[in-house]
Design a protein around this ligand. Structure first.
Ligand SMILES: [Zn+2]
Length: 765
């Protein structure tokens, strides 16, 4: 047994000697701060309190405000204007006294005096289209701001208010105490933007044929801002890119549109029998029982007939929604409409699609299946979808609201479409329907933390896309046996991670201020979660913790710490190092193999072995010696036998040290000894995944936890003892860690063929 200790000493000696060769001088400089990558996140995280606990769960004093709306809305289709009148009832559940309320006026981003166009740099190119030149230089810009006609209390008395761009402060007649409710009225109108020409997340698309519009409406009403324990009033301005922060509430909304329009939106349609024809009612009742195939409520033939004429009558659609953070609706006389029931838990939910003939044949074929499949996948990963329907509307953009979302994907005029269009459409539907979960229900603050909804949602989108490919294989193109997901797998983020650091920001950066928005706020956090799930935590621990987070914060307002803490709290995996590296820095993964050194075992020491024996004052004859390739005595040790197979083993050298009883328990007898040194040019800490390939062709994958880097961030060595010769070693063989440079990942180094060599090979062949 004593010998075992000596055996360790010898190996430690060799690794200590490589360690000492490193020159790490700057770290010795006074004032150098220790950047240990495993330092806990106490400095970065908010201190837990009664509102939010250290476990990542809502605390005993957690509260959230409530904003309920009663609205009368009218769409003037001739002038493309929206008129609105609302009563907001605000409930103060906070322990604080409120002197004023903040209301969001998002449409003011489109006002003539908006500062949004002024924060982007602009220049003059060598050529531009006539329409663009007209818009840029010849025309007065579109005026799409809110025209606030009045802000009154319920008795009709004007309330003093101040508009600061996209925010409006409303003075309260007397301060609101805990539990107080206050109702007030706002009347407004605005010019609806053409979102195809002018961009935006809502507005109309104009169709010249038959002079029609499809309206996909959102941010169309003055909306309450969030007041909470972390921000006070969340009243940072809306510049256009960073999305929204909204409290939950109940909505009763009456919407007047031309009588020949089809409309759907957030909430229950409470006057269905008034707005549906008898035939539509009949089809709707069929759809409620159809679980495997959508039922057309309005067919293409009917929609094509409707869009040719215009009714000058009006119709009111009444929608009522509970516990939603926002409200959206879509209306047009061009709409086809189909629905299918989907079982979520023991409830039926309606999967719904609205689209114009321009979306077909693609939309009729896949939209509603994509909605139903998304609800199932997301419900499995989080909680059962709690609303009664989810609608996918065909529009030229992708954007989400509670129960309704707007999605792109349009075939050409003859109905032909590419794979890119088809997969793009299915993916955007999965993504936007998925937003029902993040941030519509797990109601994070999008204005501050884009990744909390986009990143988490893009991660589940990846899981849902893979499900969709499995459940609907006929949707996959020939040659695809899996859904070709764009975001999620680690190897897809490599280009971004290894790119120019001047244009990469940490994920923990406000959405408005990030470079490469899509990679920063969507792909990178989604990929990080995928790495946690597949490589670091494993599916069981990850899925349990992710579901715990979703359930803890369902219908509540989580912060980043609530997510980070819950993932650790529910899994017993300390992930501070991962959050620190992946979310708070722009470091990338690059791990390689620096050196592989073979060792011979002998009883005949060289200079190094003798010195070690002397230093520890040990009997030289009681030791086993390891001599590295290239060191004095290596060749002699190796040449003792005709081959390594014939050499005495460690076991044989030290057999005399064991009793016969102990000898029986010695199961292993390695013949080959290696010291493998891995280096880490990349700043990011990751598990060290290594595949050893042996002479007999067999392979073995070993994952050294990320903590292997805790005491030396630059390089680590491993002693490997085996009874088979190692012929190749590969780091991260399955590309799980987003390693930006794989040229150093293998031993022996794979020599890359130069272009000239390739050319020569080609000529020879
Ligand atoms: Zn999104």
């Amino acid at each position: 047994m004593k010998i075992f200790k000596f055996f360790l000493c010898a190996l430690l000696f060799t690794s200590a000697s490589t360690y000492a060769q490193n020159e790490i001088k700057p770290e010795r400089q006074p004032g150098h701060t220790n950047q240990n990558k495993f330092k806990q996140l106490y400095d970065e995280f908010a201190t837990p309190n009664m509102f939010r606990t250290g476990s990542g769960a809502p605390g005993p004093a957690y509260y959230q405000q409530q904003a309920d709306y009663k609205m009368d809305i009218e769409i003037d289709d001739v002038n493309a204007r929206l008129y609105g009148d609302e009563t907001i009832t605000y409930t103060n559940n906070s322990p604080d006294e409120l002197k004023y309320l903040w209301v969001q006026l998002d449409q003011n981003m489109r006002a003539r005096d908006s500062k949004t166009p002024l924060i982007n740099s602009s220049g003059i190119g060598p050529a531009t289209s006539a329409s663009r030149a007209t818009r840029s230089y010849l025309k007065e810009s579109f005026d799409g701001g809110f025209n606030i006609e009045h802000v009154k209390d319920v008795n009709g008395k004007d309330l003093p208010h101040t508009i600061n761009r996209t925010m409006m402060r409303v003075e309260l007649p007397k301060p609101m105490k805990t539990g107080d409710k206050f109702s007030f009225k706002i009347k407004w109108w605005y010019n609806i933007n053409d979102h195809v020409k002018d961009g935006g997340r809502s507005g109309y698309e104009y169709f010249e044929e038959n002079d029609n519009r499809i309206y996909v409406m959102a941010q169309f009403y003055p909306r309450m801002a969030v007041y909470n324990d972390v921000e006070g009033w969340q009243n940072s301005q809306f510049w256009g890119r960073d999305e929204f922060a909204l409290p939950f509430g109940d909505f009763d909304v009456n919407i007047i549109v031309p009588a020949d329009h089809i409309l759907d939106g957030t909430g229950y349609l409470t006057n269905r029998e008034e707005v549906y024809t008898k035939e539509m009612m009949k089809r709707y009742n069929q759809a409620k029982k159809s679980y495997d195939k959508p039922v057309m409520i309005v067919t293409q033939e009917e929609a094509e007939k409707t869009e040719k004429t215009k009714s000058n009558k009006k119709k009111t659609w009444k929608l009522s929604a509970q516990m939603v953070r926002d409200f959206g609706f879509a209306t047009s006389r061009k709409f086809l409409w189909d629905m299918m029931a989907v079982k979520i838990g023991d409830r039926d939910v309606m999967a719904v699609s609205m689209y114009s003939k321009e979306g077909n044949p693609l939309w009729e074929q896949w939209s509603t299946y994509a909605v139903a499949s998304t609800l199932k996948s997301y419900s499995r990963m989080t909680f059962d979808y709690p609303y009664h329907k989810a609608i996918s509307v065909h529009a030229p953009m992708g954007m989400e609201y509670p129960m309704i979302c707007y999605n792109f994907g349009r075939p050409d005029k003859d109905g032909n479409y590419s794979d890119r269009t088809k997969y793009g459409m299915i993916s955007v539907i999965i993504h936007e329907v998925g937003h029902n979960f993040f941030p519509m229900i797990v109601n994070s603050d999008e204005r501050q933390w884009t990744w909390m909804d986009e990143g988490l949602n893009t991660f589940v989108q990846y899981v849902a896309e893979q499900d969709f490919g499995e459940w609907y294989p006929t949707a996959l193109s020939p040659g695809h046996d899996k859904y070709p997901s764009r975001r999620g797998p680690a190897k897809n983020i490599v280009r971004y991670m290894g790119g120019n650091q001047d244009f990469i920001a940490p994920i923990m950066t406000k959405g408005l201020n990030t470079y490469q928005f899509g990679s920063n706020a969507y792909s990178k956090p989604a990929t990080g979660l995928n790495i946690l799930r597949e490589t670091i935590m494993g599916r069981d621990l990850f899925d349990y913790s992710f579901r715990e987070y979703a359930n803890r914060w369902m219908f509540k307002h989580p912060t980043p710490e609530d997510f980070f803490r819950t993932m650790e709290d529910a899994s017993a995996v300390d992930l501070d190092w991962f959050w620190r590296g992946w979310f708070y820095t722009t470091d990338y993964t690059d791990i390689g193999i620096k050196e592989v050194k073979k060792y011979a075992v002998t009883s005949n020491p060289n200079e190094n072995g003798r010195k070690l024996a002397e230093r520890f004052n040990m009997d030289p004859n009681a030791l086993v010696y390891f001599i590295g390739e290239g060191e004095e005595g290596y060749d002699e040790a190796m040449n003792n036998g005709t081959s390594i197979e014939d050499l005495p083993t460690v076991k044989e050298y030290i057999m005399d040290n064991f009793t016969p009883e102990e000898q029986k328990n010695l199961k292993k007898s390695p013949k080959y000894f290696y010291q493998v040194t891995f280096d880490k040019p990349g700043g990011l800490v990751m598990p060290l995944i290594v595949e050893y390939e042996y002479a007999d062709g067999s392979k073995e994958k070993v994952t050294y936890p990320a903590q292997i880097w805790r005491l030396n961030d630059k390089e680590v060595s491993r002693a490997v003892a085996t009874d088979k010769e190692i012929v190749a070693i590969t780091v991260d063989p399955d590309l799980e860690t987003a390693d930006v440079d794989t040229s150093n990942n293998s031993w022996p180094r794979e020599v890359e063929q130069s272009d000239f060599d390739k050319f020569k090979d080609k000529v020879k062949n």
